[in-house]
Design a binder for this molecule. Structure first.
Ligand SMILES: Cc1cc2nc3c(=O)[nH]c(=O)nc-3n(C[C@H](O)[C@H](O)[C@H](O)COP(=O)(O)OP(=O)(O)OC[C@H]3O[C@@H](n4cnc5c(N)ncnc54)[C@H](O)[C@@H]3O)c2cc1C
Length: 327
């Protein structure tokens, strides 16, 4: 059996977890074994309505109320205990911050090897994975041993794809044996940032700004374009280091990994650590004064020019096009 460890928000699986379900479904097909899933926290049961479209036959729900909020060791104990009991061939989670942390705890607790950040998985003997190293700048092929193969899937390694037919999902709640020590690290109430805005992770259009934007105030034109296109603003690490934008806006190896339909990179050079965060975008448009900047090479489209001048005319043009014709 393949067991997919899914993360969810009030029972709605995250986008990355839908990708995990897609990969897990492919694996279970290739291995000719059933696909099951585990969601932690009592609200995980609500995920049944969605996992039914991904070929899951059984949804395990760690339903102890103490697991409702994130606690890495507690969540890992639940996943490890379930793994011991149901004995899957493979357990696969997301390579998100939480998925990586929980799966690392599971590996340590069960004394099993873990292959992190996989992009391709070929079950068989040897069990072969391709995984990202060095923030995605290197792809490594590795053979994984162990009675249970523990894996995390690199974000956006594939697109989430529901299967055309729905399965009957049986929900199996379970209560793991938990210890106070499992809650030494736990989530305390979280503060939501900018609740009125479209989140960077979900936006279909992202306007990214780099050092070439010139100043914190220079981001006003990017904000305007994001508003016009219903998108979100991101930035490079140079920008967060300069204090122009908060770290929550940073795209890249040490920031957010995004997969919008369109990424407009304004005054960004295209360093590898930045590209790791945006290479899953369907289209990249670069605006840069330097035609030889690495981002221009990697982009689908490029405008060579000063970012403020270019955005000023683009924004004016969009505003004009949106004007309702008189009469
Ligand atoms: C371990 C590690 C992790 C890192 N993680 C990240 C990360 O998560 N995200 C990230 O972004 N970086 C990260 N970096 C930093 C990364 O290597 C680069 O230094 C950074 O991305 C550069 O930011 P930038 O492109 O904004 O600035 P620069 O490299 O200074 O590029 C500025 C660009 O703007 C252009 N420009 C200048 N003026 C204008 C103008 N008026 N109009 C248009 N274009 C103009 C220039 O031609 C240039 O291409 C990391 C580095 C390390 C070592």
């Amino acid at each position: 059996m393949v067991l997919a460890f899914i993360e969810h928000l009030n029972g709605a699986p995250t986008t990355l977890s839908l990708e995990v379900l897609t990969m897990a479904g492919r694996l279970s097909g290739e291995m000719a074994v059933p696909l099951e899933a585990v969601a932690i926290g009592p609200k995980g049961a609500a995920a049944a309505g969605i996992v039914t479209s991904y070929g899951v036959s059984r949804l395990h729900v760690g339903d102890d109320p103490r697991l409702a909020d994130y606690a890495p060791a507690g969540w890992a104990r639940a996943v490890a205990e379930l793994t011991e009991r149901v004995n899957p061939e493979v357990v696969i989670g997301t390579a998100s911050d939480r998925g990586s942390e929980v799966m690392a705890h599971v590996a340590a607790r069960m004394k099993l090897p873990l292959a992190a950040n996989c992009t391709e998985i070929a079950p068989g003997d040897p069990f072969t994975v391709t995984r990202q190293r060095w923030g995605g700048s290197l792809l490594e092929e590795a053979h994984l041993k162990g009675r249970v193969k523990l894996l995390t899937l690199a974000p956006h390694a594939l697109a989430a794809e529901a299967s055309p037919s729905r399965t009957e999902v049986a929900t199996h709640p379970f209560t793991p044996a938990l210890d106070d020590k499992d809650f030494r690290v736990r989530l305390v109430p979280q503060v939501e940032a900018d609740t009125g805005k479209i989140s960077l992770a979900q936006a279909r259009v992202v306007i990214g700004g780099g050092r070439g934007v010139g100043s914190a105030e220079g981001f006003a034109s990017l904000e305007e374009l994001a508003g016009l296109l219903g998108g979100a603003v991101g930035c490079s690490r140079a920008v967060t280091s300069l204090g122009w934008r908060p770290h929550s806006d940073q795209v890249g190896q040490t920031g957010m990994r995004i997969a919008p339909d369109l990424y407009i990179a304004c005054g960004i050079s295209g360093a590898i650590q930045h590209m790791v965060g945006c290479r899953a975008a369907k289209h990249i448009l670069a605006i840069n004064t330097d035609a030889a900047a690495p981002i221009v090479e990697q982009a689908d489209y490029a405008v060579i020019g000063d970012v403020q001048k270019v955005l000023s005319s683009v924004n004016a043009q969009i505003r004009k096009l949106r004007e309702v014709p008189v009469g």
